[in-house]
Design a protein. Structure first.
Length: 431
RNA sequence: GUGGGUAUAGCGUAGUUGGUUAACGCGUCAGUUUGUGGCACUGAAGAUCAUCGGUUCGAAUCCGAUUAUCCACCCCA
């Protein structure tokens, strides 16, 4: 087979055999969102480039080298690399902040980042995300973190650890950078190339470096947690207190340094060891400066995003159960033209009654039709031929047990009722 | 941007030191005498052996380049 063009690099087809996995995640996430009072929002796939530059941050990798940007005669636009910026933009543009605070939104989005592909990292990937705007209370942080955690738990995932940290506000960060640079400067020359440049721009990210040398140098480095301003420290302390009271397990991990510029104060990640090097399944935090940055009134806010491909990978590797794949309740085989018409009528009535019913559209002989019924996993089958039309009776066969039940065929509507009465109960008992 | 691995039917693989029509399993389709699936058996369709170029009498096999893909660095979901 030679296709004119094949799927693009970094993109994935989600095949029928996997759809139930996505549905599982979508349903669980949306259900839990409803419990938390978050409302769904759907926004365009692309935004003005400027929006991401301002929100995600000019110096971030995401903006500098990973965006899919289309430049035309009009202003340039970009396929969203994340969901927060667009959701906040929509929230402001539509005046949602004029409604009762806080605003709580959730969304499913596909996102685009042009990076080297590897396990758990694609050019186009999917996120479930949530944003809460209007509260600066640590209770909001606790609620958002719990929300994310509950989804992972609701999906049946195990061994997901919650790491939290506070990276302070611009005020305390200034002081901390000074101290951190002092600590690192004796070994500054020995740092790896990227960390050299981080030294000036964002020394905090050196703590996150994977290089053994940098790890060694960074050992015993002062932690942002110890240099928070009073307000930030109080905020973080209160958050931990609430999480403790709620019985949420977490580790304070001073090395969490989120790579998007808009984060302030609380940051957190849910990490799994089951899905390769890209173990962060969910990441988020507070971004108190973002709304003002993109033109809204100063408003505290926070949120998180969950990588759906990664969530599903973790579920697969842990053998978590998904919702069942859609099946077939009954297959109606037919013989001859008369019977075919009646069979199709019957199938339609069964469908109208809410059953998953199928029949032959291939012109197969009886044997072939039943083979097909078996392949698609039909729970029941029935054959309609001239003799059934004459006798007004039809035999319903349980495909798993082989058990047969004779039922009156006419009128067809009655058959549908009968079918409902007799078979639905045990049909759903089976696995 | 940087490393390393892999590329043979829809999927998973075999193909020995280069040697006729590229093999096998799964899957698909059809049949195994006429009205009942699963098992078994028979048959069929389906591959320019990723692409281009080179070495050779001869290349899936050796060499080179390109592309794709996977894994890792980086970064993030």
């Amino acid at each position: 087979m030679k296709l004119v063009a094949t799927r693009n690099k970094g993109a994935k087809d989600i095949l029928p055999a996997d759809i139930h996995k996505w549905r599982t995640v979508e349903q669980v996430a949306a259900d839990i969102a409803e419990c938390y009072g978050f409302k769904e929002i759907r926004i365009p796939t692309f935004e003005k480039t400027e929006l991401f530059v301002r929100s995600v941050g000019e110096t971030t990798d995401v903006v500098q080298k990973e965006m899919f940007t289309v430049t035309g005669t009009e202003s340039s636009f970009t396929l969203r690399p994340e969901g927060t910026a667009g959701v906040i933009r929509a929230l402001l543009q539509n005046g949602l902040m004029n409604e009762a605070a806080p605003q709580k939104l959730f969304y499913f989005v596909n996102c685009f980042r042009h990076e080297n592909v590897q396990k758990g990292r694609l050019w186009e990937f999917h996120q479930f995300g949530a944003e809460m705007a209007g509260s600066h209370s640590p209770a909001a942080d606790a609620e958002v973190i719990c929300f994310a955690g509950d989804i992972l738990k609701g999906l049946g995932l195990q061994n997901i650890s919650l790491h939290i940290n506070s990276i302070g506000c611009p005020k305390c960060r200034e002081e901390y950078y000074k101290v951190l640079r002092e600590f690192l400067s004796p070994n500054r020359e020995k740092l790896c190339g990227t960390c050299q440049s981080r030294f000036e721009k964002n020394p905090m990210r050196i703590l996150d470096c994977k290089s053994d040398i940098c790890k060694g140098i960074a050992e015993g480095a002062p932690l942002i947690t110890d240099y928070l301003c009073d307000e930030c420290r109080e905020h973080f302390k209160r958050l931990c207190g609430i999480l403790d009271e709620m019985g949420v397990e977490y580790v304070i991990d001073p090395k969490i340094v989120r790579g998007l510029d808009y984060y302030t104060k609380t940051v957190f990640e849910f990490i799994s060891d089951d899905i390769g090097a890209q173990g962060t399944i969910c990441g988020g935090g507070r971004y108190d400066g973002l709304i003002e940055e993109i033109g809204g009134a100063p408003t505290p806010a926070l949120g998180f995003a969950m990588g759906l491909e990664r969530v599903i990978m973790a579920m697969e590797s842990q053998g978590v159960e998904f919702m069942p794949e859609p099946g077939c309740d009954i297959y109606i085989a037919s013989m001859g033209e008369n019977a075919q018409g009646q069979a199709m009528k019957l199938i339609r009535e069964l469908r109208e009654a809410g059953h998953r019913a199928q029949g032959d559209v291939m012109g197969r002989e009886l044997r072939g039709q039943l083979k097909y019924a078996d392949k698609i996993g039909a729970a029941y089958s029935a054959v309609i031929g001239d003799s059934e039309l004459e006798s007004g009776k039809v035999t319903l066969k349980n495909m798993k047990s082989g058990e047969k039940t004779e039922l009156p065929l006419l009128p067809l509507a009655d058959f549908v009722d009968k079918f409902t009465d007799i078979s639905m109960a045990d049909m759903f008992d089976e696995d």
